[in-house]
Design a protein. Structure first.
Length: 406
């Protein structure tokens, strides 16, 4: 499918605009990184505690922040989740970096956050347990002791099953938090006697702890080092492949363009205050492969045209190659962009940083293929003064061409 026919854009004549745009994006992004004293690292890399909390209503983030500050946790971070089409719209993520060494420090950070939440939002339960926080096993033990169904001494298995159904109704059907015990009336086995027993033995808190993630600093340091090495290994492998498949200058140009893409994407992460996590590293590696593939398509067309247009200036051959692959670029990049854009808008908070990296990366990676990688090859050939006589291809292809000329 071709969107454009007979395109004749002088891409190489606009190199100064491409370079200027890249320099502006790099400068703005990395000035932001320097101003913020580096990139914002996720819990995967910096070590610490993340507590995911779901509220029964709109979470009072400012009130939570003040409570944490008054408890000496001013270095904590609070992030609201704004997925309006899901149960997580009332969730917040509270992060606390680790201070000190060992698991005791991590546990202390977790407990400090929980203490603040219970102090600020705990209800006057009269000593009752919070049903929104109880585990199925503890709920089964309570039901077995109270025996609201009058099943006798052999009722343990029945109450284990009932407790699991009640917990599933709370977590799956009601988003993990109940505001009334009446929400359980449709659960199989939840008779009025069971509901009455739950009301007498439990209270319903205003919030529930959905998940707790704890990462030690040693593990975070190892993950950070491995993420950097994985990215560098990917770039090195692609450099070797393209140098073997084409020429070393083509490999160097492609790697420089990909490196350019990663740097600009990281700058956008700083500007929009996204954290760097393991999922973001996965997105960056995906970006590396995507951008490299687009660049190779253009280089491959350049190699083909060098056989057909031997007397043409090398910049003209590159222009022709980019124009010939323009429809393919718009088709593949456009569809990919629409896909990751929908993922960013509708994919939820967990995938937000990953999809943001892909949205930025697809745009920058597509542009860098013709705006950065191709001009580098043109400049190099001009520097060598060989113009169109420089051919892309393997040594075997060059020998075949030489024999054909003889």
């Amino acid at each position: 499918m071709e969107f454009f026919k007979g395109v004749n854009v002088d891409w190489m004549g606009k190199v100064k605009y491409f370079v200027s745009l890249s320099l502006i994006l790099l400068a703005v992004g990395w000035l932001s990184i320097l101003r913020n004293h580096g990139l914002k690292q996720g819990i995967d890399f910096r070590g610490g505690t993340l507590v995911y909390v779901r509220f029964s209503g709109t979470p009072p983030i400012d009130q939570i922040r003040k409570g944490l500050q008054s408890a000496g946790l001013a270095n904590s971070t609070i992030q609201g989740i704004s997925d309006i089409n899901s149960n997580s719209k009332n969730d917040v993520v509270i992060g606390l970096e680790q201070h000190g060494q060992g698991d005791e420090s991590l546990d202390a950070g977790k407990q400090a956050i929980l203490d603040v939440l219970h102090k600020m939002f705990g209800t006057d339960s009269g000593g009752k347990q919070d049903f929104n926080s109880i585990t199925p096993s503890a709920l089964a033990a309570y039901l077995t002791q109270k025996d609201p169904l009058a099943l006798g001494v052999n009722a343990g298995e029945r109450y284990n099953q009932l407790a699991q159904r009640l917990a599933d109704a709370r977590d799956r059907d009601n988003g993990g938090i109940l505001t009334s015990f009446g929400q359980l009336k449709n659960v199989g086995g939840a008779t009025p006697a069971v509901i009455a027993s739950l009301q007498s033995g439990f209270s319903l808190g205003n919030f529930a702890i959905r998940n707790v993630e704890i990462v030690g600093p040693k593990v975070g340091s190892q993950l950070r080092r491995q993420a950097v090495l994985a990215t560098l290994y990917a770039l090195a492998g692609m450099l070797v492949y393209i140098a073997f498949r084409f020429e070393w200058v083509y490999g160097a140009a492609a790697v420089i363009a990909v490196f350019h893409d990663v740097l600009i994407t990281l700058g956008f992460f700083s500007l929009f205050h996204f954290e760097i996590s393991l999922t973001v590293i996965a997105a960056l590696l995906t970006l590396v492969g995507y951008s490299m593939n687009d660049t190779i398509v253009i280089f491959d067309r350049v190699r083909e045209n060098l056989r057909l247009m031997r007397r043409e200036p090398f910049p003209e051959i590159v222009n022709r190659s980019i124009n010939q692959t323009l429809s393919r670029t718009i088709l593949t990049s456009g569809l990919t962009f629409l896909t990751v854009l929908v993922l960013y808008l509708e994919g939820g908070e967990v995938l937000r940083a990953f999809s943001f990296a892909m949205v930025v990366g697809v745009v920058v990676g597509t542009y860098s293929s013709f705006g950065i990688a191709a001009p580098i090859v043109v400049v190099w050939n001009k520097y060598r003064g060989q113009g169109a006589s420089v051919r892309a291809g393997s040594a075997a292809e060059k020998r075949v061409a030489a024999e054909a000329r003889r």
